[in-house]
Design a protein around this ligand. Structure first.
Ligand code: AMP
Ligand code: TRP
Length: 337
């Protein structure tokens, strides 16, 4: 039997803010569904979360809680290496080394930086440097593919540029990664305002997000409150005034995996948006309830969770540590005896 080398996949998710249906459909579900085909690394990027002020105890809780969600959603330690970024020191170190080949102008052009910095009185250095840390996450593992939502494409492209720049100075060393944007569920919009992306930063606003750990009653309540329009037509649409219905159908499509035509056909007998919302709520509840149950079991057994994370970090280190040591050598640092 000839063995073809499996593609290596790496992605990251921040532990700050409450994980929502957009994160799940735009990122986590795709990781789970495709984990058998690839060699996978999934990193809980706690160092990235520090780029905006965090309450220490809340960050610690959310980091472990996110890990439990990832395992509960179906990431299988036998197929996927799940680990906490700060457990593998090579991430912070590679960030410094890559800082020293990255022009400042590349970072100042990042749209996420401009957005976030524009909203803050005082901007932390870490926020500007965020994409370099992310480039390190990816390059350290020689990842071929980086599955991310649309909003992160620019950062992956920057990681490519940084990798290419390093290669051109120090020789062919890093694999240059490809961003992989999921076709469905790439952009789940806010239920309260379907013109803005569902976001962790607004998770606390009532009616905005479908939070992954909400119970069935709460899930139903938030979906029933979703903003729609004054019509009654249930079909996909690019028109801004129909964004609410389009978003609900998009959620349905991402969960069921059905085609546009089949999704629309499923609602041909629906009596208005009330019916639509009721059925969307049903599929969301069916998808999320088992995840929530497994989550609570994991959180009730903290030693097991810590053990899974320790093993993940150990596996990640076997790749990241030699890689960062070689970066140091290439860049002219003296390696310790
Ligand atoms: P973040 O919440 O920024 O840590 O994002 C974690 C992952 O979820 C990234 O791959 C994002 O691109 C993805 N993501 C975040 N918000 C959404 C959304 N509303 N719709 C789809 N994907 C999202
Ligand atoms: N910046 C990404 C986000 O907010 C998270 C992230 C950090 C990431 N490092 C990564 C994603 C490496 C993919 C690969 O969504």
């Amino acid at each position: 039997m000839t063995e073809t080398k499996q593609k290596r996949v790496l992605s990251g998710i921040q532990p700050s803010g409450e994980i929502h249906l957009g994160n799940y459909l735009g990122a986590v579900k795709g990781w789970v569904d495709r984990q058998a085909e690839k060699e996978n690394f999934f990193c809980i990027v706690d160092l990235h979360s520090l780029t905006v002020p965090q309450e220490p105890e809340a960050l610690r809780h959310q980091t472990r809680s996110l890990a439990a969600i990832l395992f509960a959603a179906g990431l299988d330690p036998a197929k996927s290496t799940v680990f906490i970024q700060s457990h593998v020191r090579a991430h912070a170190e590679s960030c410094w080394l890559l800082n020293c080949v990255t022009p400042l102008g590349w970072l100042q052009r990042m749209t996420q930086y401009k957005d976030k910095a524009g909203k803050q009185e005082s901007v932390l250095m870490g926020l500007l440097d965020y994409p370099v840390l992310m480039a390190g996450d990816i390059l350290l593992y020689d990842a071929n593919e980086v599955p991310v939502g649309e909003d992160q494409k620019q950062h992956v492209e920057l990681a490519r540029d940084i990798g290419q720049r390093f290669n051109s100075i120090y020789g062919d060393f890093f694999v240059i990664p490809q961003p992989v944007i999921p076709e469905v569920g790439a952009r789940v919009m806010g239920l309260d305002d379907p013109t803005v992306k569902m976001s962790k930063s607004y998770s606390h606003i009532r009616g905005h997000a479908v939070r992954l750990l909400d119970d069935a009653k709460e899930l139903e309540r938030s979906i029933k409150r979703a903003v729609t329009d004054s019509g009654n037509e249930i079909r996909f649409s690019e028109e801004p005034e129909r964004a609410g219905v389009n978003n609900l159908l998009g959620i349905y499509k991402a969960i069921t995996g059905k085609s546009v035509a089949d999704c629309e056909a499923d609602f041909s007998d629906a009596r208005g948006y009330g019916d639509l919302k009721k059925r969307i709520a049903e599929v969301v509840i069916e998808e999320l309830s088992p995840i929530r149950e497994r989550y609570h079991t994991l959180m009730a057994n903290p030693d097991d969770l810590d053990e899974l994370l320790a093993r993940g970090a150990e596996q990640a280190r076997t790749l990241a540590e030699p890689k960062v040591a070689e970066m140091r050598r290439l860049m002219g640092l003296v390696l310790p005896k």
